[in-house]
Design a protein around this ligand. Structure first.
Ligand SMILES: O=C1CCCN[C@@H]1CCCn1cnc2cc(F)c(F)cc2c1=O
Ligand SMILES: [Mg+2]
Length: 475
């Protein structure tokens, strides 16, 4: 789906309404319901991990936010400030949280005294503000967005390392099991990682239509960097004073944008059933040979039968739109399955099912309705993932030399190359590929590393390669 159509699809699909402040968007129910369905899954999963939700203030004082210069110096231009209340200047300017490390960690320091206070594992569902200037795009890059941010503290590095991967697996599930979007799990390079942390793990998605990678969600091990900065110590079992090991992890409303870009087509949105607030829309096809009331009753009974089977079904009984108009509107909104009920269907005690993913039409017997519809929805979910994976894999290009790299980059590929893992070389590749469509950067080094034949050289530096890494232009 091309960019222009992305902007029109999110508006025509009634997900987004533009707002009079640039970079800010209204999330309408059709989008908010997707966020909520994911939240139900993720919140239940972190509760199983004994992670508690909390809520910290939106505001950070300047002194606290700038406690450690190098943590935010690169981000300073993005920070939004409250400088006045009414007509009076605030003597201490207050930042709106762009992320909550500096909000939370002074209290982690206060609450964590002994090893019995560990692990401390908090999450919050909230909004954050980052006053970015690069091209704002609904869901993908906005000045305010919704996310969950997890912040955890452990006595040992091993516990932190293990939780980083547990959370990353939840992010993979969000993308692959709910959004039907294939992602690659891996580690960010030293250049691309969260500078305040020890290492960053990520699930990377790829948008075949634009040939750009996109960071899907991140799970950072912060090491003891913030413990040092905020003096978060505890007395360990040997009575020694030790610093905690911390993680922080987030996914955002960007997930919805990725899903739209991957599955959308020229008829509009295509929603995976797992995240569709309406999975089945029932549309009556009136005809003079049968009373509208009979048809409407059949639609209502169909909705009731599906709802009782746990399927999110609605009927569209509006009498001021034709069936054809309704079909295109619900296709634009991406409803996975449409059931048409006309006189003939009534006679044969069946419904005409039309799939949104491949436009296939099949007749379903009313008596097997719930089971057949459930199976079709599962099939649509799987088909969307399989189709997206084939498309994404077709974009992956293995390269060994600089020329092959440049050719693949200009063919909008997701490049898989042997790399010497030197930060200087990554900076050099960025400089050499700078262009109006943006430079190439590392996306991640996948945990699953193919073997590196003896003597393989880095595609960019010619030095001995140490790891296989995905490269590409990105959002
Ligand atoms: O990405 C995560 C997971 C959830 C908690 N935070 C981490 C790292 C966020 C990295 N980051 C990202 N963006 C920022 C923007 C700012 F304006 C700013 F002051 C600080 C940051 C900033 O620290
Ligand atoms: Mg940023």
């Amino acid at each position: 789906m091309k960019f222009v159509s992305f902007l029109s699809v999110v508006v025509n699909g009634e997900m987004i309404e533009y707002y009079d402040i640039s970079g800010c968007y209204i999330l309408r129910p059709w989008a908010m319901s997707i966020w909520e369905l994911m939240q139900v899954f993720f919140d239940a999963e972190i509760k199983k991990m004994k992670i508690n939700n909390s809520y910290f203030p939106l505001f950070v004082s300047k002194t606290v936010l700038e406690k450690e210069k190098d943590h935010i110096e690169g981000f300073a231009p993005e920070v939004a400030w409250v400088t006045k209340s009414g007509e009076s200047e605030l003597d201490v300017h207050i930042a709106i949280r762009p992320t909550s490390e500096t909000v939370m960690y002074p209290y982690f320091s206060k609450w964590i005294r002994g090893h019995r206070d560990l692990p401390l594992r908090l999450n919050q569902w909230c909004n954050v503000v980052r006053w970015e200037f690069s091209n704002p795009t609904p869901f993908i890059r906005s000045r305010e967005f919704l996310w969950q941010e997890g912040h955890t503290a452990f006595a040992t590095k091993a516990e932190a390392d293990s939780e980083v991967l547990d959370i990353l697996e939840l992010y993979r599930r969000i993308y692959e099991e709910f959004m039907a979007v294939p992602v690659i799990k891996g580690k960010k390079s030293e250049h691309e990682k969260f500078a305040g942390g020890l290492y960053t793990t990520t699930v990377e998605a790829f948008i075949p239509n634009t040939g750009r990678g996109i960071q899907g969600a991140t799970s950072h091990c912060l090491g003891q960097n913030f413990a040092k900065m905020f003096e978060i110590n505890f007395e360990n079992e040997k009575g020694e004073k030790a610093m905690v090991w911390q993680n922080s992890w987030a996914y955002t409303t960007r997930t919805i944008g990725v899903m739209i870009m991957v599955h959308g087509d020229d008829k509009g949105l295509v929603l995976p059933p797992k995240v569709a607030s309406v999975q089945v829309i029932v549309v009556p096809v009136p005809y003079k040979t049968v009373s509208t009331e009979t048809l409407f009753d059949a639609c209502a009974a169909t909705v009731k039968c599906l709802s009782e089977a746990g399927i999110r079904a609605e009927s569209d009984l509006r009498d001021n739109y034709s069936p054809g108009w309704k079909y295109s509107q619900w296709e634009m909104k991406g409803v996975p399955l449409r059931l048409e009920i006309g006189p003939k269907d009534l006679e044969k005690e069946q419904v005409r099912a039309v799939r949104r993913d491949n436009s296939e039409k099949v007749d379903i017997e009313m008596k097997n309705l719930a089971k057949e519809v459930k199976d079709m929805l599962d099939n649509i979910q799987q088909n969307l993932f399989d189709t997206a994976k084939v498309k994404r894999d077709a974009c992956i290009q293995v390269v060994k030399t600089w020329d092959e790299f440049m050719e693949a980059l200009n063919q909008k590929k997701m490049i898989f190359a042997p790399w010497c893992d030197e930060e200087e070389v990554e900076r050099d590749v960025k400089a050499r590929t700078k262009g109006e469509t943006g430079a190439a950067k590392t996306l991640c080094s996948p945990f699953e590393q193919p073997d590196m034949p003896e003597g393989t050289l880095c595609f960019a530096s010619g030095k001995p390669a140490t790891k296989w890494t995905y490269w590409g232009r990105s959002y």
